[in-house]
Every structure is written in structure tokens, then in C-alpha cells.
Design a binder for this molecule. Structure first.
Ligand code: DGL
Length: 273
């Protein structure tokens, strides 16, 4: 393939479900002329409660599914898959650049509050590996990072119940479990959680800054494409294809909110990995 034809290929983005659309949207805004393909592995969601071996298997199969579509760069828009399987994915896809979301999320938090206290809300698997604590403390040794597993927030986001009394009560319960730890920032360490941003901000109260990895990941994607001379040359808007492994109607219902437009099941292509 010539360099130009390769540059025309889409950026591949995957998550276990709709959550990674928060990252996709940030990439779309930052790089509007790039083609994008998104895969939500909805048949096997949630990843966050699974064993590392299963998560790695699912993530490598999702990456292979996107590779078959022809992509030039892979974004692992799932903190759980980034925490567990980034090295395996980089090995599998080499020499294609593979970008995860944990390091960009930690970078955003320490940039927002140097030497601060950071509370990470994430899935069980991400917390078990201490992925954010390690990334945050490596970037800023003075930072204090606590991690809280908030698995039920994934279900709320997938269900589209991101506001109201039920969502607020569940968020409050998780924040209460951090036992008096008073964070400067709350890191939304799961790509599903930006959907609950307003509810989490209300419950956390003023003075706590909410940080997610969407815009910092989009910035890393841009720098990587530019640094490797991989930007699409054409000016016209990029296309978007959406794939899911199950539940096209549900994916369309919830996913449309992230993308700010109405989707129907016909916009979602079902694939088997
Ligand atoms: N959105 C995923 C993450 O960022 C995980 C949700 C799940 O499948 O548990 O961790």
C-alpha cells in the first residue's frame, strides 16, 4: 500500500460497549477529516468484572476484528482493556501504533492538580491492577492516588440511567466508601463514566474537579499521527462506521446520546469476533 493509501485508512477505536464513544467523539472533534471505525464488544460486556486472561482474550479478538476492517492506528478506548492488555495489543498489532487511555487520563489529572489527591473511579479489574495509581505516581511522585471500583456505574451508563435519584444514590454510596479521603480531582477511570459526569459532580460537590481521558487521548492520537506522517490528506469530513457484537437497537439508543445524533439499529453493523 502506498503511503497515501495507508493514510486514508480509518482510525480503529474499541471498548466493551458504548463508553468508548466518549473517546471517539473527542477524536472526531480534534481530527474531523479522519475516517473512524468503532467496535463495541457488547456481547461480552462488562469486561471490568472478568479475569485478566478473559479480558486479554476479548481485547485481542476485538483488535483483530478492527484490523480486518483495515485501520492505521488502534485506540483502546477502554480503561480495563488498557490496564490489562495494552502490552499484548501492542505486540499483536506492531508496527501499528496502539494508544490506551490510562496514561492520558493520569496525565490530565496530574496536570490539573500537581501534588494533589486523586480519587479514581474505575472497574474492578482496573483497580485490582492499580493501573492509575502507578501511572499517576510515576508522572507526579507527590500525588496521592486512591482507586475505587464502581462496577454498577457501568450498568447505569449502558442503561442510559445517568441522572436522577437512583444514579445519585449509587454514586453517593461509592463516594462514601472512600472513607473521608478528600480528593482534589476525581478521575473518571472508565470510559463509561463521563456519561454520569453531572451526577458525579453534583454528589462530589464544588471544589472537586472531574477529569477524564477523552480529550487527552485525542491529543495523543493527533500527535502520534502527525509524528508518523499518518494524517489523512483530504479535507472532507471523515466517515464513521459503528460495529457491535450484540444488541444493535440498544447500542443505537444509548450511543446516539454520545454522538449527539439519533442512531437507529440500521446504523450499527453486527459482527462476530
Ligand atoms: N468502559 C470500560 C472501561 O473503560 C469498561 C466497562 C466494562 O466493560 O466493565 O474500563
Amino acid at each position: 500500500m502506498t503511503v497515501n493509501a495507508h493514510n486514508e485508512l480509518p482510525i480503529g477505536v474499541f471498548d466493551s460497549g458504548v463508553g468508548g464513544l466518549t473517546v471517539l467523539d473527542a477524536i472526531r472533534q480534534s481530527l474531523p477529516n479522519e475516517h473512524l471505525v468503532y467496535l463495541g464488544d457488547t456481547a461480552r460486556l462488562p469486561y471490568g468484572t472478568k479475569s485478566p486472561a478473559s479480558i486479554e482474550r476479548y481485547a485481542t479478538q476485538a483488535a483483530a476484528g478492527l484490523f480486518e476492517q483495515g485501520i492505521k492506528l488502534l485506540v483502546v478506548a477502554c480503561n480495563t482493556a488498557s490496564a490489562v492488555a495494552l502490552d499484548a495489543l501492542r505486540e499483536q498489532m506492531a508496527p501499528m501504533p496502539v494508544i490506551g487511555v490510562v496514561e492520558p487520563g493520569a496525565t490530565a489529572a496530574v496536570a490539573a492538580h500537581a501534588g494533589g489527591r486523586h480519587l479514581v473511579l474505575a472497574t474492578e479489574a482496573t483497580v485490582r491492577l492499580g493501573a492509575y495509581r502507578q501511572a499517576g505516581e510515576a508522572l507526579d511522585p507527590a500525588a496521592e492516588v486512591r482507586e475505587a471500583a464502581c462496577e454498577m456505574l457501568v450498568a447505569l451508563a449502558e442503561e442510559g440511567w445517568s441522572s436522577g435519584d437512583i444514579a445519585a444514590a449509587i454514586v453517593r454510596r461509592y463516594l462514601d466508601e472512600s472513607n473521608g479521603f478528600k480528593p482534589h480531582t476525581i478521575i473518571l477511570g472508565c470510559t463509561h463514566f463521563p456519561l454520569l459526569r453531572d451526577t458525579i459532580a453534583d454528589v462530589a460537590g464544588s471544589g472537586v474537579l472531574l477529569v477524564d481521558s477523552a480529550s487527552t487521548t485525542a491529543a495523543v492520537v493527533r500527535t502520534t499521527l502527525e509524528g508518523n506522517d499518518m494524517r489523512r490528506r483530504a479535507d472532507g469530513s471523515g466517515t464513521l462506521r459503528l460495529f457491535a457484537t450484540d444488541g444493535a437497537t440498544r447500542f443505537a439508543r444509548v450511543g446516539g446520546r454520545f454522538l449527539g445524533r439519533t442512531l437507529t439499529y440500521q446504523d450499527i453493523e453486527l459482527v462476530d469476533l
